[in-house]
Write a protein that binds this ligand. Structure first.
Ligand code: GLP
Length: 244
């Protein structure tokens, strides 16, 4: 509840009231919070005071507005550990969330120069190219373009449907590929027009752009993937050990 004779400004008190309701689950993920009018009636304050409280919570990423629909509670970020070589499907299932994909492109193409270099191929050698929109609990989370050396997975696209199958599971179980380690880079950038549309984000949402080169037990690269993860839905964590 708010106190009028407090030194804490009213908008801060309202902001903390909303934050408490989010943290305690009274306002649950993806649900609409009471309208500005309802909150200003409830607390007998001006609409402007409520707007200020909500604007700050939107800036902090706890709430988001949908035009013409209201203000909603933003779901917590997926927190991925950077220690193990896992697939999107494994990550989601471990969290009890569903994993699916929308296949946007699937083909065997000659490798572009950059891809050929990363995979130690001669330019023009064949690679399986798979472009997928990755979904978790039916929400688009990431856009990925994967290149796998075609000679290591012949006919993979003919025999598998990657809208519901895990690529890593198929590579391991059907093609006997032993993936031992990967080199991954992560950087922040703005979304491209395609990403804005496919990930259904606005231009303020940052993208976590990742590149992964995956190696087998002979230390030979076989996968090159570029991913664009929603920066508002994903975060990475790593355990750091002192060298001293
Ligand atoms: C992650 C990695 C990709 C990898 C993919 C496999 O998203 N960033 O490099 O290709 O997992 O996912 P799945 O096995 O679910 O198809």
């Amino acid at each position: 509840m708010i106190t009028r004779d407090s030194a804490v400004p009213l908008y801060i008190q309202i902001k903390e009231y909303i934050r408490q309701n989010i943290v305690s689950g009274v306002y649950s993920e993806n649900t609409r919070i009471p309208s500005e009018r309802q909150l200003s009636d409830q607390f007998e304050v001006s609409r402007l005071t409520v707007t200020k409280a909500i604007t700050e919570l939107v800036q902090e990423g706890l709430l988001h507005t949908r035009v013409g629909k209201g203000t909603f509670v933003t779901p917590g970020k997926i927190n991925q550990e950077l220690r193990t070589l896992t697939s999107f499907t494994e990550e989601m299932l471990r969290r009890g969330q569903s994993a699916a994909s929308r296949v946007l492109y699937a083909s065997v193409d000659p490798a572009e120069e950059e891809i050929a270099r990363a995979l130690s191929l001669v330019p023009g050698a064949k690679v399986m190219v798979l472009k997928r929109l990755r979904l978790s609990d039916e929400q688009a989370i990431a856009l990925e373009i994967t290149h796998i050396i075609d000679a290591l997975c012949p006919n993979i696209l003919v025999n598998h449907d990657f809208s519901c199958e895990s690529l890593y599971r198929v590579l391991r179980d059907e093609y006997g590929l032993h993936m031992t380690h990967a080199q991954q880079t992560i950087e922040a950038r703005r979304a491209t027009a395609t990403e804005l549309e496919l990930l259904k984000i606005d231009s303020h949402t940052p993208i976590l752009s990742m590149t992964r080169i995956t190696f087998n037990e002979q230390d030979a690269p076989f996968e090159y993937t570029r991913s664009a993860y929603r920066g508002d839905r994903y975060k990475f964590n790593a355990v750091l050990h002192s060298v001293g």
